[in-house]
Design a protein around this ligand. Structure first.
Ligand code: GDR
Length: 325
C-alpha cells in the first residue's frame, strides 16, 4: 500500500485530496498543528468525516525538526505540500509569517525528503499569483513571472527552490501553478465563500447586508475537487514537470454575486455595501490560465461550470446553517 503525506490536510484542497487518495487505496498521513487538534470542531471540520481513516501527526512544517521526524517515521511514497499562508495581501504587514509559512516550510520539507525519503514524489502548490502583473494573457508554463504580492513572491521563491531540488538533487518534484479554485470548503476570508455564506445568512434572515471591495475584479475560478485530481495526476507522470491548472474563463466578482443571490431567489442590489477597506492596492491585470499542457499530458479537464460551482456553494451554506439552527 502506498503511503502519502499531506501538509495542510485540513484545508480545502487537503481534505479533497485525502478523500481522493483514500479512494485510490493509499495509506494517508497528514500534518496538523497542535492548535488544530485542540480546536478540532472548527479547525478540522473539513476532515471530521475522515478522522478515523487518516493518520494525523502533530507538527508544523516551519519547524524543521518536527517535519524531519514525521518524514523519517512515515517514509512516504508521495508527499503533497499544500500547507501555506494562502490569503493574498498587498499590505506587506505580515511579511515574516508569509515568508516563513510559504518558503522556509517548503525548504524544511524538501530538505527532509531529500535526506530521508529520496524516492518520494513531491507535489508543490504554486499559484497564479506568481505571474502577478503578467504581460501576456492567458498565461502558461512559459510565461515570465512578475509577482506583486508578498504571497506571490514567497510562492515563487519556493517554486524556484522546488525546481532546484528537482534539477540538482534529482528529487521527483512537480509543481502545480493553480488558479483560484473554490468549493463549499473554501475558507471564509476568500470572496467566493464570503459571498455564499452571507447569501445563505440573508436567505435565512440571519444577516441583512454583504460588504465587499472591488466587484469588477475578474478571476479564473475553478472547482477545487477537480484541482486535486490534477495534483495527483502530476505525480503519476514518468517525468516531473510543472503544470498550469485553470479553467481559462474569467468571471467577475459581480457575476458571482448575481448568481449567488439568484440561487437564493434574491436580487443582490439592496444588500450590497461597497467598502473601501476591502479594495486591494495594486491589483494587476486579471490572470487567466491556459491549461492546455495539463489537458494534453494529464488528460485533465474541469468538470463543473462557474454557475454550478456558485450554486453548490450557496446551497451547501444554506444546508450548513439550517443544520446549526
Ligand atoms: P485571491 O482570492 O486573492 O485571488 O487568491 P480572493 O477570493 O481573496 O480574492 C478574489 C478577488 O475578489 C476581490 N474582492 C474581495 N476579496 C476578498 N477576499 N474579500 C472581499 O470583500 C472582496 N471584494 C472584492 C479581490 O480584490 C480579488 O480580486 C486566491 C487564494 O486561494 C490564493 O491562495 C491563490 O494562490 C489564488 O487564489 C490563486
Amino acid at each position: 500500500m502506498k503511503k502519502v503525506l499531506i501538509t495542510g490536510i485540513n484545508g480545502q484542497d487537503g481534505s479533497y485530496l485525502a478523500e481522493l487518495l483514500l479512494s485510490c487505496g493509499y495509506e494517508v498521513h497528514g500534518i496538523v498543528r497542535r492548535e488544530a487538534i485542540e480546536d478540532a470542531a472548527h479547525r478540522l471540520s473539513n476532515i471530521s468525516h475522515l478522522c478515523d481513516k487518516v493518520k494525523l501527526h502533530v507538527g508544523s512544517v516551519d519547524n524543521h525538526l518536527s517535519i524531519y521526524k514525521i518524514v523519517a517515521n512515515i517514509q512516504p511514497d508521495e508527499c503533497y505540500h499544500l500547507a501555506a499562508s494562502s490569503f493574498v495581501s498587498y499590505t506587506f504587514d505580515d511579511e515574516a509569517s508569509v515568508v516563513s509559512n510559504n518558503f522556509t516550510a517548503t525548504h524544511a520539507l524538501l530538505a527532509s525528503i531529500k535526506e530521508l525519503a529520496p524516492n518520494c514524489r513531491v507535489y508543490f502548490a504554486g499559484s497564479s499569483e506568481m505571474f502577478g502583473d503578467a504581460r501576456v494573457t492567458p498565461q502558461n508554463e512559459s510565461t515570465p513571472f512578475n509577482p506583486r504580492s508578498v504571497y506571490g513572491i514567497s510562492k515563487l521563491a519556493a517554486f524556484h527552490l522546488a525546481r532546484s531540488y528537482r534539477e540538482h538533487h534529482k528529487l521527483f518534484v512537480a509543481a502545480g501553478i493553480l488558479y483560484n479554485h473554490e468549493s463549499p470548503r473554501r475558507g471564509f476570508q476568500f470572496v467566493t465563500r464570503k459571498i455564499s455564506a452571507t447569501v445563505a445568512k440573508i436567505h435565512l434572515g440571519h444577516a441583512n447586508y454583504l460588504e465587499l471591495g472591488n466587484i469588477d475584479a475578474l478571476r479564473d475560478w475553478g472547482y477545487a475537487p477537480d484541482y486535486v485530481v490534477a495534483m495527483h495526476a502530476m505525480l503519476q507522470q514518468d517525468i516531473p514537470e510543472d503544470f498550469v491548472v485553470a479553467t481559462g474563463a474569467l468571471h467577475s466578482v459581480k457575476e458571482f454575486l448575481i448568481k449567488a443571490f439568484a440561487v437564493a431567489g434574491l436580487d443582490y442590489k439592496p444588500y450590497l455595501r461597497i467598502k473601501s477597506e476591502h479594495f486591494r492596492q495594486g491589483e494587476a491585470v486579471p490572470l487567466c490560465g491556459d491549461a492546455s499542457k495539463a489537458r494534453r499530458l494529464l488528460g485533465w479537464r474541469p468538470t463543473k461550470t462557474f454557475e454550478q460551482v456558485v450554486e453548490e456553494m450557496v446551497l451547501a451554506d444554506i444546508e450548513r446553517l439550517r443544520g446549526n439552527q
